[in-house]
Design a protein around this ligand. Structure first.
Ligand SMILES: C[C@@]1(CC(=O)O)c2cc3[nH]c(cc4nc(cc5[nH]c(cc(n2)[C@H]1CCC(=O)O)[C@@](C)(CC(=O)O)[C@@H]5CCC(=O)O)C(CC(=O)O)=C4CCC(=O)O)c(CCC(=O)O)c3CC(=O)O
Ligand SMILES: NC(=O)C1=CN([C@@H]2O[C@H](COP(=O)(O)OP(=O)(O)OC[C@H]3O[C@@H](n4cnc5c(N)ncnc54)[C@H](O)[C@@H]3O)[C@@H](O)[C@H]2O)C=CC1
Length: 211
């Protein structure tokens, strides 16, 4: 049994519409980081009062929809994920139930026991994206670790990835040949020296490296 069973995925938020309930400081934090990572996210915000910070984001991202009124269950319609940031626990409990009845996923911000998923800290370098979680233990550590990675990740990563993609598109031969060539080409990225002898797709114990 593992003590940290969270499984990260990378959502295409232009195809997975999100409802955010609440537009105070916490709603702002969630909205800000989602848009920083996914500016094309399809988001609807519903809130009785919209903070000045959230108003600014709504102006910057005119494709977002805002409903300036109390939440009603019909707000869930058409959405696949709901983030509740009202600061009122009972609302989190109620919206969670209504969302689950519609087979939606739920994040009640800052309330781990009501969450199906946690939002993480995110570092982006071109096409490389790193998501960080502390399994809810210390969001501040997640934030600091993100800032540390932002400092140390080389600026050249986007160019390197573009180059590797171009090489990958040009490779000929069968799957096993391609895997070997790509592993040889990238072996020097590991300071430990050449890659160990490769297992290839034909093995019944296919290494994750080959996938
Ligand atoms: C479980 C989780 C559920 C969820 O909200 O998704 C959760 C829960 C809670 N957060 C709380 C507080 C704070 N959260 C932040 C910041 C972030 N919180 C985020 C995620 C998560 N927060 C999920 C787990 C992530 C993980 O696994 O590590 C980040 C990473 C992503 C994002 O928000 O987009 C974003 C950083 C983004 C970035 O900078 O990169 C700060 C720091 C700050 O604001 O400067 C503080 C104040 C300081 C502190 O408490 O650490 C509290 C106490 C509330 C209270 O006391 O009232 C709870 C409840 C509890 O712990 O019980
Ligand atoms: N965790 C964090 O990152 C931060 C936390 N804070 C602190 O956390 C406190 C709480 O902040 P929030 O949770 O954002 O609460 P809040 O009370 O500031 O905002 C709640 C939001 O939910 C809306 N709302 C409430 N009931 C609603 C309903 N029935 N239908 C629709 N909308 C509804 C309100 O109109 C408002 O937009 C702040 O006062 C601040 O002290 C401050 C900054 C960052």
């Amino acid at each position: 049994m593992t003590a940290n069973p969270l499984y990260p995925v990378f959502l295409k938020l232009d195809q997975v519409p999100v409802l955010i309930v609440g537009a105070g400081p916490v709603g702002y934090e969630k909205l800000f980081f989602i848009l920083k990572s996914s500016p094309n996210a399809r988001i609807t915000v519903v809130a009785i009062e919209v903070s000045a910070e959230v108003e600014e984001l709504l102006q910057q991202y005119p494709h977002l929809e805002v409903r300036r009124r109390a939440y009603q269950p019909s707000d869930l319609e058409g959405n696949k994920l709901v983030i509740v940031a009202t600061g009122i626990r009972e609302m989190g409990v109620q919206i969670r139930e209504e969302a689950h009845a519609r087979n939606m996923l739920v994040n009640v911000a800052d309330t781990p026991d009501l969450c199906d998923l946690y939002l993480g800290s995110i570092v982006t370098r071109g096409n490389l994206k790193v998501a960080i979680s502390t399994n809810g233990q210390s969001p501040t550590f997640a934030k600091r670790f993100r800032q540390m990675l932002e400092e140390v990740l080389p600026e050249e990563i986007p160019d390197l990835l573009q180059h590797l993609k171009a090489v990958r598109d040009r490779l000929s031969g069968d799957f096993e040949d391609k895997v070997k060539q790509l592993n040889d080409l990238t072996a020097q990225l590991l300071e430990t020296g050449p890659a160990p002898e490769q297992k290839t797709g034909s093995s019944s114990e296919s290494s994750p490296e080959t996938n």
